[in-house]
Design a protein around this ligand. Structure first.
Ligand code: MRU
Length: 358
């Protein structure tokens, strides 16, 4: 199956060309395909903050390349460039602090640097580390896709309707996608007859990105307003809700795009299974539970305009970007290290001791 999945990889949103990082600007999709060149850490941090690149794994990968660009500049400037690079780590870490993969990728780059310090080949070693972070996310996507398909097959042998939220596809990762990777692989295997994609107000990642990715591969997708989810679960024979994650805590709680929590509550009520798909880089064992997450809120004005046209009254908008789905509403978490059914702290700790499956 791995080769079939690789052959199906079409969209790419992160392109490292050696001299600069090129990002497919997700703000103008699907209407325009513009690539933005980032030549330094400042450019990468701005691209992350402004959602040119989004989705936790993609953010982590972009930040790793940002460190490479920063290291080149610092080394060329001379002096104690390793110490000076700390400012760039901070800049990148602050660009979108909610994504666990961002912290994870920056820690990996910093650990690598600590081991080599200012050695002659430090820049090459850092570049190789960033490329390896990118490649390992791509591999993790393939493993998770296969594990997710097995779960869908195990619970009901025929083609099914599934519901997803936000965008967790090629645009949000280094490869095939997390939740959307499972859906794409299940479709290739004849296990999906219909995908329902929530539009994901206010940035519309569902309408603009998920619908675009699925439609371009001929996967049957229907777009729904986020508030239609309970009705769809009740009337459309949905067997799985499949979503990604921005942070998974040590007890299996999941922070993801706003709206995910209400999907899990509705899924429980309607007997629909709830699957979270995320690489182990998204798991932060230092956070005991979702209570410990500082959830991102953005400016309320994002709710008052659609496409530059005012649609809201002149009031303050409350704009939480993420919510926390408690572990006891989750049937299964799929990672590249394996799956965790009915997650809890003990099972999550066991998972983190395992090696990657492939
Ligand atoms: O605000 P976004 O668009 O970055 O939110 C993205 C999500 O919530 C995704 O579900 C999550 O990052 C997983 S992406 C594979």
């Amino acid at each position: 199956m791995r080769d079939r999945l690789l052959a199906a990889e079409k969209v790419k949103s992160i392109d490292w060309r050696g001299e600069a990082l090129y990002l497919l600007d997700q703000r103008s999709l699907p209407f325009e395909e513009n690539w933005l060149a980032c030549a330094d850490a400042q450019g990468v941090a701005e691209a992350i903050r402004d959602a040119v690149v989004r989705g936790a794994p993609a953010i982590g990968i972009a930040a790793a390349y940002g460190v490479v660009l920063a290291a080149r500049e610092r080394k060329a400037a001379g002096g104690d460039w390793v110490a000076a690079l700390e400012d760039d780590f901070t800049l990148l870490a602050d660009s979108r602090p909610m994504a666990a993969n961002l912290t994870w990728a920056l820690n990996r780059m910093r650990d690598r640097l600590r081991r080599i310090q200012a050695s002659a080949d430090a820049l090459q070693v850092l570049e190789a580390e960033a490329v390896s972070i990118h490649e390992s996310d791509r591999e993790a996507n393939l493993t998770m896709a296969q594990l997710g398909v097995e779960l869908i097959r195990r619970h009901q042998g025929n083609a099914q309707a599934v519901l997803t939220h936000c965008n967790t596809g090629a645009l949000a990762t280094g490869g095939f996608g997390t939740a959307l990777g499972v859906i794409r692989a299940a479709w290739l295997d004849g296990m999906i007859e219909q995908v329902y994609a929530g539009e994901t107000r206010p940035w519309l990642q569902g309408s603009r990105l998920t619908a675009w990715e699925l439609e371009s591969e001929g996967i049957p997708v229907a777009l729904n307003v986020d508030s239609a989810a309970a009705h769809i679960m009740k009337t459309k024979g949905v067997t799985w809700v499949i979503v990604g994650a921005d942070i998974i805590t040590a007890n299996g709680d999941v922070a993801n795009r706003i709206g995910t929590y209400q999907l899990a509550v509705n899924a429980m009520h309607h007997g629909v299974r709830f699957m979270v798909v995320a690489p182990s880089a998204t798991i932060d064992m230092a956070l005991a539970s979702g209570e410990d997450i500082a959830l991102e809120e953005r400016d309320g004005s994002e709710l008052l305009d659609v496409g530059g046209v005012r649609v809201g009254a002149n009031v303050r908008g409350f704009n939480p970007v993420f919510d926390v789905t408690p572990a006891d509403l989750i049937d299964v978490i799929v990672t590249e290290k394996g799956i965790v059914e009915r997650p809890d702290a003990a099972k999550m700790a066991q998972l983190m001791c395992r090696k990657r499956l492939h």
